[in-house]
Design a protein around this ligand. Structure first.
Ligand code: SAH
Length: 321
């Protein structure tokens, strides 16, 4: 059954969580019980942008800024590969120090390790995306954050919604497996706009969708805003699974941050991916997009997955992501 916008809105407004179970069944049917791991490297917290919710926004002068060198990034990636990771994700603020040439060198070096490579570097030009693809990058994550243009403008006063949207279509046209997603619980966000977000994910034919509850960061203008509701974020995620069916959906760190078993709840409500952080403790603590980011160990994750009848799946190719 195809859900209409009205159906989605009604479900989001209702206190009933029956869609969690429904999404779990669809996840099992379309992508199975294996949980895919993506090793995340947060290689620079330097950012030229001013996203109001993000602790790394350029106007936050109290963050100690860092950027890892090419060899530091490669060392972390190698360690990840030695530990069995088949996908590496490189994420950063929008840091122009990493120009196209340097980025492409890093991409080629990581691809030599024989893994799939995902980038999450923000908005770039078509030429830059093309260069990354030619250098071997396989996937790109760029959340639309919200499809409500007014809210987008409030949250990103100097940014252009149309450009972000364009970036996603450019990525898709270049042949990237493309991930997007949204924040749930932003100030002034409506359930109607969350329903539009879900329908937008379908429209861009996304391969992966990441949904995170908004968590206020104390050094941002949104420090006193209400924290996003975990249940709402999981419901948006579950509905995304029901509407898009065979995509990959991570149980996001922001979900685990709001509740000790947030990730498990997500994995039982439509999610099939976990993105463990490979960044060393010191730099991880400086990559503070929101406070108290949850951490996991492989062993703990394995134990928890076993308790819900799931397992870590380390196959890379032959699957959509
Ligand atoms: N610069 C990259 C990576 C951004 S960080 C880009 O623009 O795509 C990854 C994600 O963290 C963002 O897309 C955003 O959805 C999320 N995020 C940022 N601040 C947050 C907050 N305060 N609470 C929850 N998630 C947040």
């Amino acid at each position: 059954m195809m859900l209409s916008k009205k159906d989605i809105i009604d479900i989001l407004k209702s206190p009933d969580n029956a869609v969690f179970k429904e999404a779990d069944l669809i996840r099992k049917q379309f992508v199975g019980d294996g949980v895919h791991l993506r090793g995340l490297i947060e290689f620079s917290n330097i950012c030229k942008r001013g996203c109001l919710y993000c602790g790394l926004q350029s106007s936050n002068k109290s963050v100690k800024r860092y950027r890892l060198s090419k060899s530091e990034i490669l060392d972390i990636a190698k360690k990840g590969v030695d530990n069995g990771f088949k996908t590496i994700v490189l994420q950063s603020g929008e840091d122009d120090f990493f120009d196209t040439k340097l980025m492409c060198e890093i991409i080629s070096a990581i691809k030599e390790l024989g893994v799939a490579l995902t980038l999450s570097l923000g908005e770039k030009t078509l030429e830059e995306y093309k260069a990354y693809k030619d250098a071997g990058a396989d996937r790109y994550l760029l959340r639309i954050e919200t499809t409500d243009e007014n809210l987008y403008k409030q949250m990103h006063p100097y940014a252009d919604f149309q450009n972000r949207k364009k970036c996603l279509f450019n990525l898709k046209n270049l042949g990237f497996e493309t991930g997007t997603g949204c924040l749930a619980g932003l100030p002034n966000q409506t359930v109607e706009s969350l329903a539009d977000d879900i329908l937008f994910f379908k429209e861009v034919d996304a391969d992966m969708i990441g949904i995170g509850p908004f968590i206020p960061h104390p050094q941002t203008p949104l420090k006193d805003a209400a924290c996003g509701d975990l249940n709402l974020a999981i419901k948006v995620m579950a509905l995304t699974r029901i509407v898009l069916k065979d995509i990959n959906i991570p149980a996001t760190t922001a979900m685990e941050t709001l509740a000790p078993d947030g990730r498990l709840l997500a994995l039982q409500s439509g999610a099939n991916v976990v993105m463990p952080n490979l960044t060393d403790d010191y730099h991880r603590s400086l990559y503070e997009i929101y406070p108290n980011k949850a951490v996991t160990t492989r062993l703990d994750l394995e134990k928890k997955l076993k308790s819900i009848g799931r397992y870590i799946e380390l196959k890379t190719f032959g699957f959509r992501i």
